[in-house]
Design a protein around this ligand. Structure first.
Ligand SMILES: *Cc1c(COP(=O)(O)O)cnc(C)c1O
Length: 385
């Protein structure tokens, strides 16, 4: 290849990659994946400070979780466990990596795992990657999809699983099943119990010990105002040895994270946002009240909320039949809703989806949510006959 060619290619890739931008982050965003992952000012500052690769490793003596500057050690050993009611914690790259770590540590190839019918796809994929037999506890019919945790009992008796998992809440309709009751069941049956709290930790108060769980995972980029990928795994004394098993060759390197996990800025953003996280979960009742108000207004417009009613979480899915009807006659077809919202400064709905939508009201003011409702209402007035 000639030098000229290389220089031309560099111009091209510079043009493409050197000035990446995103939509204005001040827009109203209702995407459930994103509402609680937006950075705090503290996290934004820390991201610049620690943006360089391996930036947290200046004073590392071989184990990430023992680093004292920045204070990763006290975060992992004291402050985060206190926050979620666990004995110990470990940094992960996200909720899925936490789930996968527990599965790998607690099971052997061919073992059974029981998971709720509303489990996230990554739970299923993790179990498949670990070579597990997956048994699902069916959730109820639409639109409620209510899970009765008593249904775990006969399946535990039948399959003698190495682990049971509950998604709390699930990421589809935002239901919060009776995690505490499942904790009692797990104890009675002496089966290790993992809570997937990807949509819980960082949004709402949650305590692993109170719920009777042995493990809990959270997602920094989903629910803890972190850039990610980053997450947390909490666990209790009982299974410490399994979770923290180290390499025979390198005794300060744990197997479950391949020796080290998040070695840079994403972890620092989670730590920088931690004070805000601790404070904001105290505001959960207002978040729930706001979600319920929004849901009622949506139903007044002819939409139907799925999942528990009244709802107990900011993540909601609505059946939006009236919008589907409009999409059949609108010049922009299925894209009409996305376009109409965008022009009002509202983002976060999946383009082309009109039959149903997932919305999170987390951290968005009632005024801004009213603007979303007004935009919906105007569209309905314009195109319904
Ligand atoms: C988003 C989500 C995940 C994945 O979270 P990551 O931190 O990105 O791995 C897992 N489970 C549930 C229930 C989720 O909603």
């Amino acid at each position: 290849m000639s030098l000229d060619k290389v220089i031309m290619d560099i111009n091209k890739i510079e043009k493409k990659y050197s000035n990446l931008t995103r939509f204005n982050r001040d827009l109203i965003n209702v995407n459930p994946l994103q509402t609680a992952g937006r950075l705090t000012p503290e996290a934004k500052r820390s991201m610049l400070e620690f943006g360089d690769g391996y930036s947290v490793c200046d004073y590392c003596k071989g184990t990430l979780e023992k680093i004292e500057n920045p204070p990763i050690k006290s975060f992992v050993e004291e402050d985060f466990p206190n926050f979620i009611g666990s004995d110990y914690s470990r940094i992960t790259h996200g909720a899925r990596e936490g789930n996968a770590r527990v599965m790998k540590a607690m099971t052997k190839l061919g073992d059974s795992i029981i998971v709720d019918g509303n489990a996230h796809y990554s739970t299923i994929v993790s179990a498949q990657a670990a070579g597990l037999k997956i048994i699902r506890v069916p959730a109820g019919d639409d639109p409620g999809r209510i899970l009765n945790v008593e249904d775990y009992i006969p399946l535990i008796e039948k399959y003698n699983p190495s682990l049971i998992l509950l998604t709390y809440p699930d990421g589809t309709v935002g239901n919060l099943p009776d995690a505490k009751r499942l904790g009692e069941i797990a104890k009675q049956k002496n089966v290790p119990y993992l809570i997937n709290g990807a949509y819980a930790i960082g949004r709402m108060p949650i305590n692993m010990t109170e719920l009777g769980a042995d493990f809990i995972v959270g997602s920094g980029h989903k629910s803890m105002a972190s850039s990610g990928p980053v997450g947390i795994l909490g666990f209790n004394e009982k299974y410490k040895d399994q979770i923290t098993e180290a390499s025979e060759t390198y005794p300060n390197k744990e197997l479950g994270c391949i020796g080290c996990s998040v070695r840079g800025a994403p972890l620092i953003t989670m730590m920088a946002s931690f004070p805000t996280i601790v404070k904001r979960v105290q505001n959960w009742d207002e978040e729930v009240a706001k979600a319920r108000w929004f849901s009622e207004e949506m139903e007044t417009l002819g939409m139907r909320q799925m999942g528990e009613k009244p709802h107990n979480h900011d993540l909601m899915q609505f059946i939006t039949e009236p919008f589907y009807e409009i999409s059949k006659i609108h010049p922009h077809k299925r894209g009409f809703l996305y376009k109409a919202l965008k022009s009002e400064g509202i983002v976060g709905l999946k383009h082309g989806l009109t039959k149903s939508m997932k919305i999170s009201t987390y951290g968005t003011s009632r005024n801004n949510l009213q603007k979303v409702l007004d935009t919906f209402s105007t569209l309905l007035d314009q195109y319904s006959n």
